[in-house]
Design a protein around this ligand. Structure first.
Ligand code: XIL
Length: 465
């Protein structure tokens, strides 16, 4: 089944490449922009998104740098200044001067801040590198609590945990001193961050998670699905998206973003740079984000090529002399041509919390007397689609549900999450999985599926079971 899914995904990828190139070419000639912002930040804002950049504190004294920063961007990520070695250089001694300089600059110019990062195997101070076990777990939790509390109320979203998954085909965790404290270190980190700054969105952030067919992507996806099912406080997933010859942009990127979003999290592009800065690739990335309602922002990893951590790849939107590159024009045009922001907030699927029964449950639970309804949103492209179905209980709680959808001939389901299908073509009955069958009166849950061909309206109906 897995192989079938992945083969199907690569066919979708091929179809997308052609469609994307065609749409891009036509847009320049035929389509009148729906809006015409003249900066990245303003154009993104018209689409309900932010546009951000990584910032280095020591460059804030450079006029040419801050001129572009203040004009173009609405979100800032400290490039190194909030990392563990910077904020807790000696254990228990916290140092915030450089990170505060960036936060204050951003806020005084109306920009928001992504906090990067609270728990990571990289850029640990020496004292932490030397630690293992319970002492390290406690030091990590204390670090998160201290730093998130210090910046409480000033951070839009935190990269709570960075880069915890292994590269390659295992789909599992990366070995690190943090991982060796126990597999639950990631959820412990998220719980500590939520307790310290309940108003910030909490993200998991990683690289090489952009290609939907890669094992690492699937590993992170399964973790996020599990976290949502168990109520671990996660709000967003960051895709670093450092694209280069070893890790190129793939046209199934949109499928990756929409598949994660269907789990009930926001998705954010957090460290975008593209080796060679192909205008077409930058355009595709922006179009992919705009196609996913819960992709709520894009951050590039630096302003000018000489600001980049990979300067020799000239991967950014501005030349080293500060002039706009072709990639800049492509990004701005894609933002201006993009679909408008959703008029209603996208649904958040909160998995129902089911308290253990105090008395033995009846052997056959009664059907929900008040019935249920199902609505669907379809993200369709040439040759494929992702459908997200929302199941809402009526006037009484559900103890299980079945949603029926109808696919036109030629369409085939290739992958599904949070529900079990009776088949993969034509009329399909979708039944709940173990963690989302019980839905409180008036409450909702979500499931989704991906397929090839054209989805049509799907005409979903819902029955309580
Ligand atoms: C990089 C910075 O850009 C460099 O200045 C620093 O020397 C190393 O770290 N993934 C991340 C970022 O999450 O923190 C990294 O930033 C790039 C890769």
């Amino acid at each position: 089944m897995r192989n079938v899914t992945w083969r199907a995904a690569s066919r979708v990828a091929l179809a997308l490449t052609g469609a994307g190139a065609l749409a891009a070419g036509m847009a320049l000639v035929l389509v009148t922009p729906a809006s015409a912002g003249t900066t990245l930040g303003a154009s993104a804002a018209e689409k309900g998104r932010y546009f951000g950049t990584a910032v280095a504190a020591y460059k804030l004294s450079e006029n040419a740098y801050t001129t572009i920063l203040n004009r173009e961007f609405t979100m800032v990520t400290p490039e190194n200044e909030m990392k563990i070695d910077a904020t807790e250089p000696q254990q228990g001694r916290f140092s915030y001067a450089n990170s505060e300089q960036i936060v204050n600059h951003a806020r005084s110019h109306g920009m928001q801040v992504r906090g990067h990062t609270l728990a990571w195997h990289g850029q640990q101070p020496g004292w932490m590198q030397a630690m293992e076990g319970t002492a390290l777990r406690n030091a990590m939790l204390n670090h998160i609590t201290q730093v998130a509390t210090h910046f409480k109320g000033q951070i839009y979203s935190w990269d709570v945990v960075n880069e915890a998954f292994a590269d390659g085909n295992s789909g599992g965790r990366r070995d690190s001193n943090l991982q060796r404290t126990g597999n639950d270190w990631i959820e412990a980190a998220f719980r500590a961050a939520r307790a310290a700054d309940p108003g910030a969105k909490l993200c998991y952030n990683d690289y090489n998670t952009d290609n939907w067919t890669w094992a690492k992507t699937q590993g992170v996806y399964n973790m996020v699905r599990d976290f949502k099912a168990r109520g671990v406080p996660i709000d967003c997933v960051g895709f670093q998206s450092h694209f280069n010859n070893d890790s190129p942009y793939a046209s199934n990127y949109r499928t990756t973003l929409s598949s994660f979003a269907a789990l009930g999290v926001d998705v954010q592009i957090t460290e975008l740079d593209i080796q060679g800065a192909s205008a077409n690739t930058y355009r595709s990335v922006v179009e992919d984000c705009l196609a996913v309602a819960r992709c709520n922002g894009i951050t590039v990893w630096g302003i000018r090529d000489n600001d980049s951590w990979r300067a020799s790849q000239t991967p950014l939107l501005f030349n080293s002399n500060g002039s706009k590159k072709a990639a800049y024009d492509a990004v701005l045009a894609a933002l201006n041509n993009g679909t408008p922001p959703p008029t209603t907030a996208p649904p958040t699927s909160v998995p129902p919390t089911t308290a253990p029964p105090t008395t033995a449950p009846p052997t056959t639970p009664p059907p929900g007397q008040g019935g249920c309804t199902a609505t669907v949103t379809v993200n369709q492209w040439t040759g494929g689609f992702v459908a997200n179905v929302r199941v809402t209980a009526g006037s009484s709680a559900l103890n299980g549900w079945t949603v029926t959808t109808t696919l036109p001939s030629g369409a085939t389901v290739t992958n599904a999450w949070s529900a079990n299908p009776s088949g993969n073509t034509g009329t399909t009955n979708w039944t709940n999985v173990s963690y989302n069958g019980q839905v409180g009166a008036g409450q909702s849950t979500e499931f989704g599926f991906q397929g090839t061909g054209t989805a049509g309206s799907l005409s979903p109906t819902c029955a309580a079971s």
